[in-house]
Ligand binder design. Structure first.
Ligand code: AR6
Length: 167
């Protein structure tokens, strides 16, 4: 198994097979990482997204990366945090699993995830990180994809390092 790693970076700069976008259900762009990806990929991305008919929470849809170094963008819709009793944990895990399934079906070798739902959608970072790491570790038992957790700053990275560290 190739262990996942946490890095501090702007996800749009990464030279990987696919980056994951923390989108909303319209798939027509927004703020945060979604806005950064649309700006960097260029207007062709929005044109392709318009054909996709949106995406449900916990699911994912794939587009090309256009002007990004990444070949593909896997757009997933994380849950909005409402306190934890509305299946947020199940939906967030589903985002990570579904993106990995898309990556496997495209035979990708590397994928970079942002901290889905932890910005505008308000998911507590420590809880979200635990779900991200546990779900990916499970997936990596039966695939060899290289996974990067992309942290926008070192504070987020410290949380990932803590959860990733053995013991
Ligand atoms: N690279 C890596 N991480 C980033 C970047 C970047 N360029 N920009 C932000 N982050 P958010 P969400 C981090 O709000 O909570 C959008 O409007 C950020 O610091 O982007 O899933 C969509 O259209 C945080 O840790 O996504 C939706 O409406 C993480 O990415 C909504 O926001 C996720 O923050 C989705 O909200």
């Amino acid at each position: 198994m190739v262990n996942p790693e946490a890095i501090t970076a702007n996800i749009v700069s990464l030279n990987v097979d696919a980056i994951v976008n923390a989108a909303n259900s319209s798939l027509l762009g927004g703020g945060g990482v979604d806005g950064a990806i649309h700006r960097a990929a260029g207007p062709e991305l929005l044109s392709e997204c318009r054909q996709l008919n949106g995406c449900s929470t916990g699911q994912a849809k794939v587009t090309l990366g256009y002007r990004l170094p990444a070949r593909y963008i896997i757009h997933t819709v994380g849950p909005v945090w409402h306190g934890g009793d509305l299946g947020e944990d199940r939906l967030l895990a589903s985002c990570y699993r579904t993106c990995m399934a898309e990556a496997a079906s495209l035979a990708l070798k590397s994928i970079a995830f942002p901290a889905i739902s932890t910005g505008v959608y308000g998911y507590p970072l420590a809880l979200a990180t635990r779900i991200a790491v546990d779900t990916i570790m499970n997936q990596l038992e039966h695939t060899k994809i290289q996974v990067m957790f992309v942290c926008f700053d070192d504070e987020v990275r410290a949380v990932y390092e803590e959860v990733l560290s053995p013991g």
